[in-house]
Design a protein around this ligand. Structure first.
Ligand code: FPP
Length: 257
């Protein structure tokens, strides 16, 4: 396979999925690392390390499936409240992972992107992420968007602040403020809204993830903890998505079975 459209279609079909009904953007709340580790009598950080290995598999599977984008919730604006050991461990894990994976990501044609308040991250991690973004921005493959120090409310606050400044500077007026304008001031306005939001480890909540962008996303929750999630579970989630009827607020004629 050399990554042509025909190869991608053949791969999708080999996974028993319908190439005409693939989601473009899949967002993932990678939950359950801590539970996975503590249920085995291990330190929570081991769960995050195992979660990194899962993430690697999911990134390459998403690329093989020809998805446009995946956004993964790696660290929320609320995660700073965890112990210093866990926060420091997660920062070190993300830095080490980016350093270890960047060449393979480039060779595979994957674009790295980041959504979140990056100025508050440790300088070494911020610089590594910025470098990965710059080095991969011209590549043709999957957009691998890492939500780091990300909060859905913080994202809206940042957009509103940027718009208020433009209104104060006379660049925009109050009447210019529309849904489209707010969208244009989010962290990644060029990405399509997620078609499918996957949450692992069974909790039925959004946890401040992509609050604006998931307005019409289909939600799939699996009891599987993130370290046990794998390409087959991703394919199951997409197969479930392909059975849904998306309405976007309109009426769709359906017969009752
Ligand atoms: C939630 O599980 C998971 C996180 C807060 C961190 C997710 C991070 C990774 C999967 C590693 C990311 C690595 C890279 C390279 C970006 P939890 O700890 O809240 O689990 P729990 O609810 O069972 O305690």
């Amino acid at each position: 396979m050399d990554g042509t459209a025909g190869d991608v279609t053949a791969y999708i079909t080999s996974r028993d999925l319908d190439p005409a009904k693939m989601p473009a953007h899949v967002a993932i709340i990678m939950d359950g690392n801590g539970r996975w580790a503590t249920s085995r009598g291990k330190n929570r950080l081991l769960g995050h390390t195992q979660g990194y290995h899962t993430l690697k598999q999911i990134v390459y599977e998403s690329n093989r499936l020809g998805l446009t984008c995946i956004t993964v919730y790696a660290f929320s604006t609320e995660n700073w409240r965890r112990s210093g050991e866990e926060v420091g461990g997660l920062m070190a894990l993300m830095l080490g992972a980016m350093q270890a994976e960047i060449e393979e990501l480039i060779q595979t044609g994957i674009r790295v992107r980041v959504s979140g308040r990056l100025t508050e991250l440790p300088a070494d991690l911020r610089e590594e992420l910025q470098s990965a973004t710059t080095r991969t921005e011209h590549l043709p493959g999957l957009i691998f968007n890492l939500a780091i120090n990300y909060g859905g409310r913080a994202e809206v606050v940042d957009a509103v602040r940027a718009i208020c400044k433009k209104v104060a500077d006379g660049v925009l007026s109050e009447e210019d403020v529309t849904e489209g304008l707010i969208h244009d001031h989010l962290y990644s306005p060029d990405l399509p809204d997620p078609d499918l939001l996957i949450r692992t480890a069974g909790e039925l909540r959004l946890s401040n993830f992509l609050l604006w962008e998931t307005a019409y996303s289909e939600i799939y929750v699996t009891p599987v903890c993130w370290p046990d999630f794998d390409p087959d579970t991703l394919v199951q989630a997409i197969a479930d998505f392909q059975k849904r009827t998306r309405k976007f607020g309109t009426v769709v004629e359906e017969t009752i079975p």
